[in-house]
Write a new protein. Structure first.
Length: 235
């Protein structure tokens, strides 16, 4: 495929749907890292860089150190895939002390090196099924029986993800008459970071990557928030 893709994920979250081959051959719970392995099979390991810093104490790291760790991995990538899982957020840590928000922040920034500036990555949130094979912890589908709109519980995500969803400057709303005027679902590509179910992503990998690229080409249509600390302070 020729793309450079960075994957951001919570390595040890095991509250995800069990993969039969993991249970049978390795006799352990499936973790999010196993889904990354599946992505490597589909996309090609040579095209992927992975965030793998689970468990490292970030509270002692300076911003420059974080930049050094993430810069090389993200600088030459053009797409970031964020794997959404039930326990991706550690409720006992500040968001600035967790790796995923920093990985998203650097994916959205432009980085300059040796006279060359990288562009903002296209970003997609891939929602993994939980241990009960449900996406309901984040996504409610067919919320309206008439227009089949979908509800995303973005408040359960890291703030840097949620503020970059439903952030298109020009809003387009459903005309379904069964919604109150101030509660109409948005239509079209209303988020710079769209959400897609795991099953839908793996069934059309190329189509979903092209979707990310199309959104990125239209980047000026979105109000993108990039600075992690500013987001934490203001949202």
């Amino acid at each position: 495929m020729g793309r450079k893709i960075f994957i951001s994920y919570k390595y040890m979250d095991t509250d995800v749907l069990q993969m039969p081959h993991i249970a049978f051959f390795q006799n352990r719970r499936t973790r999010v890292r196993d889904y990354v392995d599946r992505l490597q099979d589909l996309i090609g390991a040579e095209n992927i860089n992975k965030g793998e810093k689970d468990g490292e104490d970030m509270s002692v790291l300076e911003d420059a150190t974080i930049q050094s760790i993430l810069g090389d991995k993200i600088y030459d990538s053009s797409i970031t895939l964020v794997l959404i899982s039930p326990n991706m957020k550690d409720p006992y840590l500040s968001e600035t002390d967790q790796w995923i928000p920093w990985e998203i922040s650097y994916s959205l920034r432009e980085q300059s090196r040796e006279g060359r500036t990288s562009k903002t990555n296209g970003v997609m949130a891939i929602v993994l099924p939980d241990a009960n094979n449900s996406y309901g912890y984040y996504m409610q589908e067919h919320a309206c029986p008439y227009c089949n709109n979908r509800i995303l519980y973005t408040g359960r995500l890291f703030k840097i993800l949620s503020v970059n969803m439903f952030n298109r400057y020009y809003h387009s709303y459903s005309t379904c008459p069964y919604h109150l005027y101030n509660n109409r679902p948005e239509t079209g590509e209303c988020s710079y970071i769209p959400s897609v179910k795991w099953d839908d992503f793996i069934n059309n990998v190329e189509g979903n990557l092209q979707r990310v690229e199309r959104i990125k080409e239209n980047i000026n249509a979105y109000d993108i928030k990039k600075n992690l600390k500013t987001i934490i302070e203001n949202y």
